[in-house]
Design a protein around this ligand. Sequence first.
Ligand code: CMP
Length: 136
Amino acid sequence: ESTFAMLKPDVASDTHTVDEIKQRIAEAGLSIERERVCRLSRRRCGKFYAEHRTRPFYPALLGFMSSGPVVMLELSGESAIGAWRSLIGPTSTETARKEAPRSLRAMYGSDNTRNAAHGSDSPASAAREIRLMFQK
Ligand code: CMP
């Protein structure tokens, strides 16, 4: 199975943190098939997060996600979608710290928006996100 993973601007510029996260990816039995580092335009963030466009946090999300470089990864492995979602932990850093203290969001996130990492939530979103974010 393949999934789309993204390390967000709050962690992507810190090479030490990125290396630690890659170590955790390997420990979870996942392989990095493709990697791309870039700064996303607001337009591309808008396409990526289209399903959230009516939510109150959407403007802050777009501002944050286009504020600096991100590391985009295609991961593969047994149950990769669930394995990566479980590694990143709950969306809210506060919940993550309570319920999954070893998760990436607990360790590296700061709040609901600056939450270190993204992971696809289904095979259909994984396919869409990989296509959208790795297109030329
Ligand atoms: P992500 O997994 O990238 O998918 C949608 C993003 O919206 C999510 O991570 C958060 O960064 C952000 N988000 C989700 N819920 C909230 C919220 N309640 N408040 C602020 N941001 C949120």
